[in-house]
Design a protein around this ligand. Sequence first.
Ligand code: HEC
Length: 145
Amino acid sequence: MKRKMIFVIAIVSLVAFSGLVTACQGQALAGPSSPVINDVPVKGEVIWAGGYQRDIQPIFDQYCVACHNSEKAANGLRLDTYQGAIKGTQYGRVVIPGEPGGSTLLRILYLTPDPQVHMPNGDIKISKNRIENISLWIQAGAPNN
Ligand code: HEC
């Protein structure tokens, strides 16, 4: 009899625990870090199938435009329009179509750990997926599509 009770308690707590774990996972998935629209998954894809206006400009709008717009353009760089991104800074281009490795705009996103230099400034981090999307866009020739 006693054994049976222990067994029942064990089963009940196991079920309760797994329920809790599932609930927590659900929470994590629904959290602010969950992918949003325009965060196109790029898993295993080599061909850029996105569009600049749909997938890239929203990233700039969210993370970059605060300091790179028509009124405030750090280093003369505007990222509120496609033309601005292609034109680059007062020193030159930051997007070299077809060359992600040679594009300052992309390199600056993950090659510079110094928060003073890192873009966007400060602690804000862009997801790898978004960075990968920018890379694929540049690789595809940085089209305005
Ligand atoms: C909080 C303000 C701020 C935000 C947000 C910001 N930048 Fe900048 N950005 C700057 C400043 C300031 C400079 C000039 C830095 C310097 O001269 O050292 C700069 C310079 C740059 C440069 C030129 C670097 C060079 O070597 O000429 C690029 C490219 C750049 N930013 C890209 C971005 C991108 C892409 C984003 C968004 C992911 C972004 N920035 C977000 C402030 C910002």
